[in-house]
Design a protein around this ligand. Structure first.
Ligand SMILES: [Zn+2]
Ligand SMILES: [Zn+2]
Length: 346
């Protein structure tokens, strides 16, 4: 075991504080990573505050991790000391179920092991990336291409793959009209990635406040959902709608914007059930779907795609002592578009 610096939540109601945590010894298949940067995801805040159920404290969160390999186990073949690597939302899975065998660990039937607040296969509670070091099985470690800026690469490990996976699965590309609902951490990545895939991208945001950004990120159109005329103007238009909003929306309004065989996919996770009029689906044979992060292979594909197309999240770099303020700013949507913690300040 080794003791490393970290920033942890002591309870659901207290601010995060500096502390130390234990990392396991490097096993034969493990990689020890010196973390350089960690992104702040909205899920981090939900988790430490117990919004998604009770957790064990103290808890370190963070699942947008980039750093350098500093030690490898005796049986490691995929990574070497000095490599630039990343870790996303999961650090293990059962490896035996139908989905794992198909290379879709994110949909492990036994549940993948979350990078934080998960119970690993050895029974320990996982601790996330607001920390100086982490030990991860090599199979769940990604290569970060040299062309990607280190700090900017961090949010790709959650926000990037969460939006890339549905865009790739539903074939966003030339000739396809894609709408992105919400222009936050996930939404701005969806716009950049969909545009790079060659799709015609429209942003649907509550107001036009971020219109200039949306167009700069590659959208061709930008509409305010506060304006009822938007839903008339865009009826039967899109092949794919990626909804990144975690607050409840009137899905029926949005479903009507889908053309024949169009799909609306949710990557935002509102806690309450959302009512759907089945007639909204009958017309145009529409589908409503969900998508959860992406597999390890697809995450690597996404990192390589972003490097090749020069895509990076918009980030604001902060020190560890600014994490609690950053949480408040995430909750009030006061960030363009992702906070990244410099772990040298831990
Ligand atoms: Zn996340
Ligand atoms: Zn599995």
């Amino acid at each position: 075991m080794r003791t490393v610096n970290a920033y942890a939540a002591p309870s659901a109601t207290e601010p995060l504080v500096p502390t130390t945590i234990e990392r396991r010894d490097v096993g034969p298949k493990d990689v020890l990573i010196a973390i350089r940067y960690a992104g702040i995801c909205h899920s981090d805040i939900h988790t430490v505050r117990g919004d998604w159920g009770p957790i064990t404290y103290p808890q370190v969160v963070g699942h947008e991790i980039v750093g350098e390999v500093v030690e490898v186990g005796s049986a490691v073949t995929k990574h070497a000391v000095g490599d630039r690597v990343g870790v996303g939302c999961m650090v293990n899975s059962c490896r035996e179920c139908e989905n794992c065998r198909a290379g879709m660990e994110n949909y492990c039937l036994a549940g993948n092991t979350g990078t934080y607040a998960g119970t690993d296969r050895d029974g320990t509670i996982t601790q996330g990336g607001y920390s100086t070091h982490v030990v991860v099985d090599e199979d769940f470690v990604l290569r970060v291409p040299a062309a990607l800026d280190y700090a900017a690469a961090a949010p790709l490990l959650c926000a990037g793959i969460t939006t890339y996976s549905p865009l790739a699965h539903w074939n966003a590309g030339p000739g396809k009209r894609v709408a992105v609902v919400g222009m936050g951490g996930l939404g701005h990545m969806a716009v950049k990635i969909a545009a790079a895939m060659g799709a015609e991208v429209t942003v649907l945001s509550r107001t036009l406040a971020k219109k200039d950004d949306g167009l700069a990120f590659g959208a061709t159109d930008y509409y305010a959902t506060d304006d009822d005329a938007t839903f008339e103007a865009l009826a039967n238009r899109f092949d794919l709608i990626v909804n990144t909003v975690s607050a409840p929306l009137d899905l029926n309004l949005y479903l009507r914007l889908l053309r024949l065989d169009g799909t609306m996919v949710n990557v935002g996770a509102p806690p309450e059930p959302l009512p759907i009029q089945v007639f909204s689906l009958f017309n145009n044979r529409r589908s409503f779907a969900g998508s959860s992060i992406g597999s390890i292979a697809e995450t690597q594909e996404m990192l390589d795609f972003c490097a090749e197309h020069g895509i990076a999240p918009e980030t604001e770099l902060i020190g560890a002592d600014q994490i609690n303020d950053a949480y408040e700013r995430v909750l009030s949507s006061d960030v363009r578009y992702r906070f990244v913690i410099d772990t040298a300040t831990l």
